[in-house]
Design a protein around this ligand. Structure first.
Ligand SMILES: NC(=O)C1=CN([C@@H]2O[C@H](COP(=O)(O)OP(=O)(O)OC[C@H]3O[C@@H](n4cnc5c(N)ncnc54)[C@H](O)[C@@H]3O)[C@@H](O)[C@H]2O)[C@H](O)CC1
Ligand SMILES: [K+]
Length: 518
Protein backbone atom coordinates (compact mmCIF):
# COMPACT_ATOMS: atom_id res chain seq x y z
CA UNK A 1 0.00 0.00 0.00
CA UNK A 2 1.37 3.42 -0.97
CA UNK A 3 2.62 5.71 1.79
CA UNK A 4 1.79 9.35 1.15
CA UNK A 5 2.76 12.89 2.05
CA UNK A 6 0.29 15.61 2.99
CA UNK A 7 0.48 17.10 -0.52
CA UNK A 8 -0.19 13.71 -2.16
CA UNK A 9 -3.15 13.11 0.16
CA UNK A 10 -4.59 16.54 -0.53
CA UNK A 11 -4.28 15.92 -4.28
CA UNK A 12 -6.00 12.54 -3.88
CA UNK A 13 -8.73 14.21 -1.87
CA UNK A 14 -9.15 16.86 -4.59
CA UNK A 15 -9.34 14.27 -7.40
CA UNK A 16 -11.88 12.23 -5.50
CA UNK A 17 -14.13 15.25 -4.99
CA UNK A 18 -13.70 16.89 -8.43
CA UNK A 19 -13.21 13.94 -10.78
CA UNK A 20 -15.05 11.10 -9.07
CA UNK A 21 -17.77 13.48 -7.89
CA UNK A 22 -17.80 12.22 -4.33
CA UNK A 23 -18.92 15.14 -2.14
CA UNK A 24 -16.43 16.26 0.51
CA UNK A 25 -19.15 15.91 3.16
CA UNK A 26 -19.51 12.25 2.21
CA UNK A 27 -15.78 11.72 2.67
CA UNK A 28 -15.99 13.43 6.04
CA UNK A 29 -18.96 11.26 7.04
CA UNK A 30 -16.99 8.14 6.05
CA UNK A 31 -13.96 9.38 7.98
CA UNK A 32 -15.97 9.88 11.17
CA UNK A 33 -17.71 6.53 10.71
CA UNK A 34 -14.34 4.79 10.36
CA UNK A 35 -13.09 6.33 13.59
CA UNK A 36 -16.17 5.20 15.51
CA UNK A 37 -15.88 1.68 14.08
CA UNK A 38 -12.21 1.48 15.03
CA UNK A 39 -13.04 2.69 18.54
CA UNK A 40 -15.80 0.12 18.92
CA UNK A 41 -13.57 -2.69 17.75
CA UNK A 42 -10.82 -1.69 20.19
CA UNK A 43 -12.83 -0.49 23.21
CA UNK A 44 -16.04 -2.53 22.83
CA UNK A 45 -19.62 -1.26 23.18
CA UNK A 46 -19.32 2.50 23.60
CA UNK A 47 -22.72 3.07 25.24
CA UNK A 48 -22.33 5.14 28.41
CA UNK A 49 -18.61 5.60 27.70
CA UNK A 50 -17.61 9.20 28.43
CA UNK A 51 -15.82 10.59 25.40
CA UNK A 52 -14.18 14.01 25.14
CA UNK A 53 -13.70 15.17 21.55
CA UNK A 54 -11.31 18.06 20.97
CA UNK A 55 -11.84 19.78 17.62
CA UNK A 56 -9.86 22.33 15.60
CA UNK A 57 -11.35 24.57 12.93
CA UNK A 58 -10.28 22.62 9.82
CA UNK A 59 -11.62 19.42 8.29
CA UNK A 60 -9.91 17.35 10.96
CA UNK A 61 -12.21 19.07 13.45
CA UNK A 62 -15.12 18.33 11.11
CA UNK A 63 -14.30 14.64 11.25
CA UNK A 64 -14.36 14.97 15.04
CA UNK A 65 -17.88 16.44 14.89
CA UNK A 66 -19.05 13.46 12.83
CA UNK A 67 -17.52 11.17 15.47
CA UNK A 68 -19.42 13.14 18.13
CA UNK A 69 -22.77 12.67 16.38
CA UNK A 70 -22.24 8.97 15.69
CA UNK A 71 -21.05 8.27 19.24
CA UNK A 72 -24.08 10.07 20.66
CA UNK A 73 -26.24 7.81 18.51
CA UNK A 74 -24.53 4.85 20.17
CA UNK A 75 -25.48 6.38 23.50
CA UNK A 76 -21.97 7.36 24.48
CA UNK A 77 -21.73 10.44 26.77
CA UNK A 78 -20.09 12.88 24.40
CA UNK A 79 -18.54 16.24 25.22
CA UNK A 80 -17.19 18.31 22.35
CA UNK A 81 -14.55 20.97 22.91
CA UNK A 82 -14.14 23.42 20.06
CA UNK A 83 -11.04 25.56 20.10
CA UNK A 84 -12.66 28.16 17.87
CA UNK A 85 -15.96 29.89 17.55
CA UNK A 86 -18.37 28.21 15.18
CA UNK A 87 -18.09 31.04 12.67
CA UNK A 88 -14.36 30.26 12.25
CA UNK A 89 -14.92 26.65 11.23
CA UNK A 90 -14.29 25.45 7.66
CA UNK A 91 -17.61 25.25 5.76
CA UNK A 92 -17.93 21.44 5.87
CA UNK A 93 -17.01 21.39 9.53
CA UNK A 94 -19.68 24.00 10.25
CA UNK A 95 -22.22 21.75 8.52
CA UNK A 96 -21.12 18.83 10.68
CA UNK A 97 -21.32 21.04 13.75
CA UNK A 98 -24.94 21.84 12.96
CA UNK A 99 -25.77 18.19 12.32
CA UNK A 100 -24.25 17.24 15.63
CA UNK A 101 -26.09 19.92 17.60
CA UNK A 102 -29.37 18.99 15.91
CA UNK A 103 -29.04 15.26 16.44
CA UNK A 104 -27.55 15.40 19.92
CA UNK A 105 -30.19 17.84 21.17
CA UNK A 106 -27.95 20.65 22.37
CA UNK A 107 -25.26 18.63 24.15
CA UNK A 108 -22.49 20.88 25.51
CA UNK A 109 -20.17 22.38 22.96
CA UNK A 110 -17.66 24.78 24.36
CA UNK A 111 -16.62 27.31 21.73
CA UNK A 112 -13.13 28.70 22.28
CA UNK A 113 -12.62 26.15 25.06
CA UNK A 114 -10.65 27.63 27.93
CA UNK A 115 -7.91 25.41 29.39
CA UNK A 116 -9.69 25.04 32.76
CA UNK A 117 -12.91 23.86 31.12
CA UNK A 118 -11.00 21.48 28.91
CA UNK A 119 -8.98 20.10 31.83
CA UNK A 120 -12.17 19.42 33.78
CA UNK A 121 -13.87 17.80 30.81
CA UNK A 122 -10.88 15.61 30.06
CA UNK A 123 -10.63 14.50 33.68
CA UNK A 124 -14.24 13.36 33.57
CA UNK A 125 -13.88 11.26 30.40
CA UNK A 126 -12.94 7.65 29.65
CA UNK A 127 -11.66 8.22 26.12
CA UNK A 128 -10.29 11.24 24.28
CA UNK A 129 -10.68 11.88 20.55
CA UNK A 130 -8.03 14.17 19.07
CA UNK A 131 -9.50 16.07 16.11
CA UNK A 132 -7.46 19.24 16.38
CA UNK A 133 -5.08 19.07 13.44
CA UNK A 134 -4.49 16.65 10.60
CA UNK A 135 -2.70 17.00 7.29
CA UNK A 136 -3.33 20.76 7.37
CA UNK A 137 -0.73 21.38 10.10
CA UNK A 138 1.43 24.14 8.69
CA UNK A 139 3.38 25.66 11.59
CA UNK A 140 4.68 24.70 15.02
CA UNK A 141 1.90 24.34 17.54
CA UNK A 142 1.74 27.11 20.15
CA UNK A 143 -0.74 28.86 22.45
CA UNK A 144 -4.19 27.35 22.98
CA UNK A 145 -3.40 24.44 20.66
CA UNK A 146 -0.23 23.54 22.56
CA UNK A 147 -2.09 23.82 25.86
CA UNK A 148 -4.91 21.56 24.59
CA UNK A 149 -2.44 18.94 23.35
CA UNK A 150 -0.60 18.98 26.65
CA UNK A 151 -3.85 18.56 28.59
CA UNK A 152 -4.93 15.65 26.37
CA UNK A 153 -1.59 13.91 26.89
CA UNK A 154 -1.73 14.44 30.63
CA UNK A 155 -5.33 13.36 31.11
CA UNK A 156 -4.22 9.74 31.40
CA UNK A 157 -6.99 8.32 29.19
CA UNK A 158 -6.60 6.46 25.90
CA UNK A 159 -6.39 8.93 22.99
CA UNK A 160 -7.76 8.16 19.54
CA UNK A 161 -6.16 10.38 16.91
CA UNK A 162 -8.22 11.37 13.88
CA UNK A 163 -6.05 10.90 10.76
CA UNK A 164 -2.83 11.93 12.57
CA UNK A 165 -1.83 12.78 16.12
CA UNK A 166 -2.18 16.57 16.21
CA UNK A 167 1.17 18.34 16.02
CA UNK A 168 2.88 15.58 14.06
CA UNK A 169 4.41 16.65 10.75
CA UNK A 170 2.67 14.48 8.16
CA UNK A 171 5.73 13.83 5.95
CA UNK A 172 8.58 13.47 8.45
CA UNK A 173 7.04 12.29 11.71
CA UNK A 174 8.65 15.19 13.55
CA UNK A 175 6.85 16.86 16.43
CA UNK A 176 6.13 20.49 15.52
CA UNK A 177 6.17 22.14 18.92
CA UNK A 178 3.87 19.75 20.75
CA UNK A 179 2.12 16.58 19.61
CA UNK A 180 -0.55 14.23 20.85
CA UNK A 181 0.58 10.79 22.04
CA UNK A 182 -2.16 8.57 20.69
CA UNK A 183 -3.00 4.99 21.56
CA UNK A 184 -4.82 4.50 18.29
CA UNK A 185 -4.60 6.49 15.07
CA UNK A 186 -7.27 6.04 12.43
CA UNK A 187 -5.79 7.43 9.23
CA UNK A 188 -7.85 7.99 6.10
CA UNK A 189 -7.44 6.70 2.57
CA UNK A 190 -3.73 5.93 2.54
CA UNK A 191 -1.22 5.77 5.42
CA UNK A 192 0.75 8.97 6.00
CA UNK A 193 4.52 8.69 5.96
CA UNK A 194 5.04 10.52 9.25
CA UNK A 195 3.20 7.81 11.20
CA UNK A 196 6.15 5.49 10.50
CA UNK A 197 9.13 7.80 10.91
CA UNK A 198 10.99 9.48 13.77
CA UNK A 199 8.83 10.52 16.73
CA UNK A 200 5.75 9.62 14.70
CA UNK A 201 6.33 5.97 15.59
CA UNK A 202 5.86 6.63 19.31
CA UNK A 203 3.09 9.20 18.87
CA UNK A 204 0.86 7.23 16.52
CA UNK A 205 0.24 4.15 18.68
CA UNK A 206 -1.61 1.44 16.77
CA UNK A 207 -2.40 2.62 13.25
CA UNK A 208 -5.54 1.66 11.33
CA UNK A 209 -5.89 2.67 7.71
CA UNK A 210 -9.56 3.35 6.92
CA UNK A 211 -11.22 3.19 3.52
CA UNK A 212 -13.27 6.38 3.15
CA UNK A 213 -14.30 5.81 -0.46
CA UNK A 214 -11.31 7.12 -2.39
CA UNK A 215 -11.33 5.19 -5.71
CA UNK A 216 -8.71 2.42 -5.68
CA UNK A 217 -7.29 3.39 -9.07
CA UNK A 218 -6.66 6.94 -7.81
CA UNK A 219 -4.88 5.58 -4.74
CA UNK A 220 -2.78 3.24 -6.89
CA UNK A 221 -1.89 6.05 -9.28
CA UNK A 222 -0.23 8.14 -6.56
CA UNK A 223 3.36 8.68 -7.63
CA UNK A 224 5.16 7.57 -4.45
CA UNK A 225 8.22 5.29 -4.30
CA UNK A 226 7.26 4.44 -0.74
CA UNK A 227 5.01 1.66 0.37
CA UNK A 228 3.82 0.13 3.60
CA UNK A 229 4.01 -3.67 3.66
CA UNK A 230 0.55 -5.17 4.14
CA UNK A 231 -0.48 -8.70 5.11
CA UNK A 232 -2.43 -9.11 1.87
CA UNK A 233 0.55 -8.21 -0.29
CA UNK A 234 2.95 -10.40 1.68
CA UNK A 235 0.52 -13.35 1.64
CA UNK A 236 0.51 -13.22 -2.16
CA UNK A 237 4.30 -13.43 -2.28
CA UNK A 238 4.77 -16.46 -0.05
CA UNK A 239 5.68 -19.70 -1.86
CA UNK A 240 2.88 -22.18 -2.40
CA UNK A 241 3.56 -25.77 -1.32
CA UNK A 242 2.24 -28.05 -4.06
CA UNK A 243 1.13 -31.59 -3.11
CA UNK A 244 3.82 -33.00 -5.40
CA UNK A 245 6.61 -31.08 -3.63
CA UNK A 246 9.71 -32.68 -2.12
CA UNK A 247 12.45 -31.12 -0.04
CA UNK A 248 14.44 -30.24 -3.15
CA UNK A 249 11.56 -28.01 -4.23
CA UNK A 250 12.22 -25.64 -1.37
CA UNK A 251 15.89 -25.07 -1.94
CA UNK A 252 19.07 -25.55 0.04
CA UNK A 253 20.24 -22.67 2.22
CA UNK A 254 23.97 -22.31 2.89
CA UNK A 255 24.87 -20.33 5.99
CA UNK A 256 28.46 -19.25 6.61
CA UNK A 257 28.49 -18.56 10.32
CA UNK A 258 30.00 -19.12 13.75
CA UNK A 259 33.17 -18.65 15.81
CA UNK A 260 34.05 -19.42 19.45
CA UNK A 261 31.36 -17.97 21.71
CA UNK A 262 29.04 -17.30 18.79
CA UNK A 263 27.74 -20.63 17.58
CA UNK A 264 24.30 -19.61 18.85
CA UNK A 265 24.05 -17.03 16.06
CA UNK A 266 24.74 -19.73 13.48
CA UNK A 267 22.26 -22.12 15.05
CA UNK A 268 19.49 -19.51 15.22
CA UNK A 269 19.92 -18.46 11.61
CA UNK A 270 19.73 -22.14 10.59
CA UNK A 271 16.64 -22.90 12.67
CA UNK A 272 14.90 -19.75 11.43
CA UNK A 273 15.64 -20.76 7.82
CA UNK A 274 14.08 -24.17 8.43
CA UNK A 275 11.03 -22.75 10.21
CA UNK A 276 10.49 -20.42 7.23
CA UNK A 277 10.19 -23.41 4.92
CA UNK A 278 13.58 -24.13 3.35
CA UNK A 279 13.99 -27.74 2.22
CA UNK A 280 17.56 -28.13 3.48
CA UNK A 281 19.92 -25.99 5.53
CA UNK A 282 23.67 -26.47 5.92
CA UNK A 283 25.89 -24.31 8.10
CA UNK A 284 29.54 -23.98 7.08
CA UNK A 285 31.48 -23.26 10.24
CA UNK A 286 35.10 -23.21 11.49
CA UNK A 287 36.22 -26.76 12.29
CA UNK A 288 37.09 -25.85 15.88
CA UNK A 289 33.52 -24.97 16.77
CA UNK A 290 31.77 -27.59 14.65
CA UNK A 291 31.08 -30.04 17.49
CA UNK A 292 29.53 -27.30 19.60
CA UNK A 293 27.32 -26.22 16.71
CA UNK A 294 26.25 -29.78 15.90
CA UNK A 295 25.13 -30.15 19.48
CA UNK A 296 22.69 -27.26 18.93
CA UNK A 297 21.24 -28.46 15.64
CA UNK A 298 19.12 -31.46 14.79
CA UNK A 299 17.52 -30.77 11.44
CA UNK A 300 20.25 -28.64 9.90
CA UNK A 301 23.55 -30.06 8.66
CA UNK A 302 26.99 -28.61 9.26
CA UNK A 303 30.03 -28.35 7.04
CA UNK A 304 33.26 -27.89 9.02
CA UNK A 305 36.03 -26.02 7.21
CA UNK A 306 39.70 -25.45 8.09
CA UNK A 307 40.05 -22.59 10.57
CA UNK A 308 42.58 -20.17 12.05
CA UNK A 309 44.38 -20.74 15.33
CA UNK A 310 41.51 -18.80 16.97
CA UNK A 311 38.99 -21.21 15.43
CA UNK A 312 37.57 -18.50 13.21
CA UNK A 313 37.16 -18.61 9.41
CA UNK A 314 40.51 -18.27 7.66
CA UNK A 315 41.73 -17.87 4.11
CA UNK A 316 42.50 -21.56 3.75
CA UNK A 317 38.74 -22.14 3.67
CA UNK A 318 38.19 -19.81 0.68
CA UNK A 319 37.98 -22.43 -2.08
CA UNK A 320 35.85 -24.76 0.00
CA UNK A 321 33.45 -21.99 0.96
CA UNK A 322 33.26 -20.75 -2.58
CA UNK A 323 32.31 -24.25 -3.78
CA UNK A 324 29.93 -24.59 -0.82
CA UNK A 325 28.10 -21.40 -1.83
CA UNK A 326 27.96 -22.43 -5.49
CA UNK A 327 26.26 -25.69 -4.52
CA UNK A 328 23.47 -23.96 -2.53
CA UNK A 329 20.32 -22.18 -3.71
CA UNK A 330 20.96 -19.17 -1.48
CA UNK A 331 23.65 -18.07 0.92
CA UNK A 332 23.88 -16.07 4.15
CA UNK A 333 27.21 -14.79 5.42
CA UNK A 334 27.88 -13.21 8.75
CA UNK A 335 26.15 -14.45 11.91
CA UNK A 336 28.81 -14.72 14.59
CA UNK A 337 31.81 -14.94 12.24
CA UNK A 338 33.88 -12.40 14.26
CA UNK A 339 35.99 -9.55 12.92
CA UNK A 340 39.28 -11.45 13.00
CA UNK A 341 41.42 -9.85 10.25
CA UNK A 342 41.73 -13.08 8.23
CA UNK A 343 37.96 -13.56 8.40
CA UNK A 344 37.48 -10.01 7.15
CA UNK A 345 39.76 -10.72 4.19
CA UNK A 346 37.93 -13.96 3.53
CA UNK A 347 34.59 -12.13 3.32
CA UNK A 348 36.00 -9.74 0.69
CA UNK A 349 37.40 -12.59 -1.41
CA UNK A 350 34.19 -14.61 -1.12
CA UNK A 351 32.19 -11.63 -2.34
CA UNK A 352 34.28 -11.56 -5.50
CA UNK A 353 33.39 -15.20 -6.22
CA UNK A 354 29.86 -15.73 -5.00
CA UNK A 355 27.04 -15.97 -7.54
CA UNK A 356 24.06 -17.20 -5.52
CA UNK A 357 21.63 -14.68 -4.03
CA UNK A 358 23.18 -13.77 -0.74
CA UNK A 359 22.33 -12.12 2.59
CA UNK A 360 25.12 -10.22 4.35
CA UNK A 361 24.68 -9.60 8.06
CA UNK A 362 26.45 -8.78 11.29
CA UNK A 363 30.22 -9.25 11.11
CA UNK A 364 30.09 -9.60 7.32
CA UNK A 365 28.75 -6.03 7.26
CA UNK A 366 31.49 -4.89 9.58
CA UNK A 367 33.95 -6.57 7.23
CA UNK A 368 32.73 -4.65 4.19
CA UNK A 369 32.41 -1.34 6.07
CA UNK A 370 36.02 -0.32 5.48
CA UNK A 371 36.04 -1.44 1.81
CA UNK A 372 32.45 -1.20 0.55
CA UNK A 373 33.70 -1.29 -3.05
CA UNK A 374 33.70 -5.09 -2.68
CA UNK A 375 29.92 -4.89 -2.88
CA UNK A 376 29.96 -3.50 -6.40
CA UNK A 377 32.38 -6.24 -7.51
CA UNK A 378 29.99 -8.97 -6.37
CA UNK A 379 27.98 -10.58 -9.18
CA UNK A 380 25.33 -12.00 -6.87
CA UNK A 381 22.13 -10.25 -5.79
CA UNK A 382 23.00 -8.96 -2.35
CA UNK A 383 20.72 -8.16 0.56
CA UNK A 384 22.35 -6.30 3.45
CA UNK A 385 20.62 -6.28 6.82
CA UNK A 386 22.28 -3.61 8.97
CA UNK A 387 20.87 -2.13 12.15
CA UNK A 388 21.45 1.59 12.53
CA UNK A 389 24.90 1.12 14.14
CA UNK A 390 26.10 -1.14 11.32
CA UNK A 391 24.64 1.27 8.78
CA UNK A 392 26.55 4.11 10.43
CA UNK A 393 29.78 2.16 9.90
CA UNK A 394 28.85 1.41 6.28
CA UNK A 395 28.19 5.07 5.42
CA UNK A 396 30.80 6.54 7.79
CA UNK A 397 28.15 8.38 9.81
CA UNK A 398 28.86 9.47 13.37
CA UNK A 399 26.41 7.14 15.05
CA UNK A 400 23.31 5.03 14.70
CA UNK A 401 21.30 8.02 15.94
CA UNK A 402 22.60 10.11 13.05
CA UNK A 403 21.38 7.38 10.67
CA UNK A 404 18.00 7.19 12.38
CA UNK A 405 17.43 10.92 11.99
CA UNK A 406 17.25 10.44 8.23
CA UNK A 407 16.70 6.77 7.54
CA UNK A 408 15.04 7.29 4.15
CA UNK A 409 17.86 9.39 2.73
CA UNK A 410 20.66 7.23 4.19
CA UNK A 411 19.23 3.97 2.89
CA UNK A 412 18.29 5.39 -0.53
CA UNK A 413 21.66 6.92 -1.21
CA UNK A 414 23.51 3.80 -0.03
CA UNK A 415 21.61 1.47 -2.37
CA UNK A 416 21.92 3.90 -5.27
CA UNK A 417 25.72 3.82 -4.93
CA UNK A 418 26.29 0.16 -4.03
CA UNK A 419 23.43 -1.43 -6.00
CA UNK A 420 22.37 -3.83 -3.21
CA UNK A 421 19.09 -4.20 -1.38
CA UNK A 422 19.24 -2.85 2.17
CA UNK A 423 17.07 -3.87 5.09
CA UNK A 424 17.70 -1.10 7.61
CA UNK A 425 16.53 -2.68 10.84
CA UNK A 426 15.02 -0.81 13.76
CA UNK A 427 11.64 0.49 14.87
CA UNK A 428 9.68 0.25 11.59
CA UNK A 429 12.34 -1.49 9.53
CA UNK A 430 12.97 0.22 6.20
CA UNK A 431 13.76 -1.62 2.95
CA UNK A 432 15.47 0.08 0.03
CA UNK A 433 15.95 -1.18 -3.54
CA UNK A 434 18.51 0.28 -5.97
CA UNK A 435 15.69 1.02 -8.44
CA UNK A 436 14.34 3.59 -5.95
CA UNK A 437 11.62 1.55 -4.26
CA UNK A 438 11.30 1.95 -0.50
CA UNK A 439 9.12 -0.05 1.87
CA UNK A 440 8.35 0.29 5.56
CA UNK A 441 7.41 -2.70 7.68
CA UNK A 442 4.60 -2.11 10.18
CA UNK A 443 5.15 -5.32 12.18
CA UNK A 444 7.55 -5.78 15.08
CA UNK A 445 7.90 -4.30 18.56
CA UNK A 446 10.60 -3.23 21.02
CA UNK A 447 10.76 -6.80 22.36
CA UNK A 448 12.79 -7.62 19.23
CA UNK A 449 15.61 -5.51 20.64
CA UNK A 450 17.27 -8.62 22.08
CA UNK A 451 20.33 -10.62 21.04
CA UNK A 452 19.89 -13.03 18.14
CA UNK A 453 16.81 -11.60 16.44
CA UNK A 454 18.99 -10.28 13.62
CA UNK A 455 20.37 -13.78 13.02
CA UNK A 456 16.77 -15.00 12.84
CA UNK A 457 15.92 -12.45 10.15
CA UNK A 458 19.01 -13.41 8.15
CA UNK A 459 17.98 -17.06 8.17
CA UNK A 460 14.44 -16.16 7.15
CA UNK A 461 15.51 -14.06 4.16
CA UNK A 462 17.94 -16.76 2.99
CA UNK A 463 15.15 -19.31 3.33
CA UNK A 464 12.74 -17.39 1.10
CA UNK A 465 15.53 -16.78 -1.43
CA UNK A 466 16.15 -20.52 -1.50
CA UNK A 467 12.45 -21.10 -2.11
CA UNK A 468 12.71 -19.03 -5.26
CA UNK A 469 11.44 -15.62 -4.24
CA UNK A 470 13.11 -12.71 -6.04
CA UNK A 471 15.45 -10.84 -3.66
CA UNK A 472 13.15 -7.84 -3.03
CA UNK A 473 10.13 -10.07 -2.38
CA UNK A 474 12.20 -12.33 -0.10
CA UNK A 475 13.49 -9.35 1.89
CA UNK A 476 10.03 -7.77 2.26
CA UNK A 477 8.28 -11.04 3.13
CA UNK A 478 10.89 -12.19 5.63
CA UNK A 479 10.96 -8.79 7.34
CA UNK A 480 7.17 -8.72 7.64
CA UNK A 481 7.00 -12.31 8.95
CA UNK A 482 9.88 -11.72 11.37
CA UNK A 483 8.06 -8.70 12.86
CA UNK A 484 4.79 -10.62 13.04
CA UNK A 485 6.52 -13.57 14.74
CA UNK A 486 7.99 -11.00 17.14
CA UNK A 487 4.52 -9.60 17.85
CA UNK A 488 3.21 -13.12 18.55
CA UNK A 489 6.21 -13.81 20.80
CA UNK A 490 5.47 -10.59 22.72
CA UNK A 491 1.86 -11.68 23.20
CA UNK A 492 3.05 -14.99 24.62
CA UNK A 493 6.02 -13.86 26.74
CA UNK A 494 5.83 -10.05 27.04
CA UNK A 495 8.23 -7.67 25.33
CA UNK A 496 10.79 -7.80 28.13
CA UNK A 497 10.78 -11.57 28.53
CA UNK A 498 10.79 -12.67 24.90
CA UNK A 499 14.02 -13.97 23.39
CA UNK A 500 15.15 -14.72 19.84
CA UNK A 501 14.30 -18.42 20.18
CA UNK A 502 10.69 -17.46 20.93
CA UNK A 503 10.58 -15.54 17.66
CA UNK A 504 11.76 -18.65 15.78
CA UNK A 505 9.07 -20.72 17.49
CA UNK A 506 6.40 -18.26 16.34
CA UNK A 507 7.45 -18.21 12.65
CA UNK A 508 5.08 -21.07 11.69
CA UNK A 509 2.14 -19.25 13.33
CA UNK A 510 3.05 -16.01 11.58
CA UNK A 511 3.09 -17.86 8.25
CA UNK A 512 -0.19 -19.53 9.23
CA UNK A 513 -1.84 -16.15 9.89
CA UNK A 514 -0.86 -14.91 6.46
CA UNK A 515 -1.81 -18.13 4.68
CA UNK A 516 -5.42 -17.52 5.71
CA UNK A 517 -5.33 -14.37 3.60
CA UNK A 518 -4.13 -16.13 0.42
N1 LIG B 1 -7.82 13.21 2.96
C1 LIG B 1 -9.10 13.16 2.77
O1 LIG B 1 -9.53 12.69 1.78
C2 LIG B 1 -9.99 13.69 3.77
C3 LIG B 1 -9.50 14.36 4.87
N2 LIG B 1 -10.27 14.85 5.82
C4 LIG B 1 -9.72 15.43 7.01
O2 LIG B 1 -9.22 16.69 6.71
C5 LIG B 1 -7.99 16.90 7.32
C6 LIG B 1 -7.26 17.99 6.67
O3 LIG B 1 -8.08 19.11 6.77
P1 LIG B 1 -7.57 20.61 6.62
O4 LIG B 1 -8.74 21.46 6.82
O5 LIG B 1 -6.84 20.71 5.35
O6 LIG B 1 -6.51 20.74 7.76
P2 LIG B 1 -6.57 20.52 9.35
O7 LIG B 1 -7.93 20.20 9.82
O8 LIG B 1 -5.50 19.55 9.64
O9 LIG B 1 -6.16 21.91 9.99
C7 LIG B 1 -6.12 23.01 9.25
C8 LIG B 1 -6.39 24.28 10.05
O10 LIG B 1 -5.52 24.42 11.12
C9 LIG B 1 -4.71 25.58 10.93
N3 LIG B 1 -3.38 25.30 11.43
C10 LIG B 1 -2.34 24.76 10.79
N4 LIG B 1 -1.29 24.63 11.60
C11 LIG B 1 -1.68 25.12 12.81
C12 LIG B 1 -1.03 25.26 14.06
N5 LIG B 1 0.23 24.88 14.22
N6 LIG B 1 -1.72 25.78 15.07
C13 LIG B 1 -3.00 26.17 14.92
N7 LIG B 1 -3.66 26.06 13.74
C14 LIG B 1 -3.01 25.54 12.71
C15 LIG B 1 -4.76 25.87 9.46
O11 LIG B 1 -4.54 27.21 9.21
C16 LIG B 1 -6.15 25.41 9.10
O12 LIG B 1 -7.08 26.41 9.38
C17 LIG B 1 -7.36 15.54 7.27
O13 LIG B 1 -6.31 15.38 8.18
C18 LIG B 1 -8.56 14.67 7.59
O14 LIG B 1 -8.73 14.55 8.99
C19 LIG B 1 -11.72 14.88 5.49
O15 LIG B 1 -12.56 15.17 6.47
C20 LIG B 1 -12.12 13.58 4.84
C21 LIG B 1 -11.45 13.49 3.56
K1 LIG C 1 -5.74 14.80 14.77
Amino acid sequence: MKLVTAAQMQELDRRTIREAGIPSLTLMEHAGTAVVEAMASRYGDLARTRVAIVCGKGHNGGDGLVVARLLSKRRAQVQVFLLHHVSDLAADSRTMYRRFVRSAGGKPVVAGAAPEQLAKGLAASDLVVDALLGTGLSAPVTGAYAAAIDLMNRAGHPIIAVDLPSGLQTDTGEVLGQAVRADLTVTFGLPKLGLYLNEGIDHAGEVTVADIGIPIDYAEAVDSPLSLLTPEEIARLLPARKPSAHKGTFGHVGIIAGSPGKTGAAAMAARAALRTGAGLVTVATPRGVNDVLEGKLLEAMTYPVPDTADHTFGLKALDLLSAFAAARTSVAIGPGISTQPETVELVHRLLAQIERPCVLDADALNAVADRPESLARCRASLILTPHSGEMARLVKADSGQAVNRDRLAVASSFVAVHRTIVVLKGARTLLAHPDGRLAICPTGNPGLATGGTGDVLTGMIASLLAQGLPPWDAACSATYLHGLAGDLAAQAHGQAGMIAGDVIDQIPYAIGQLSHRQ
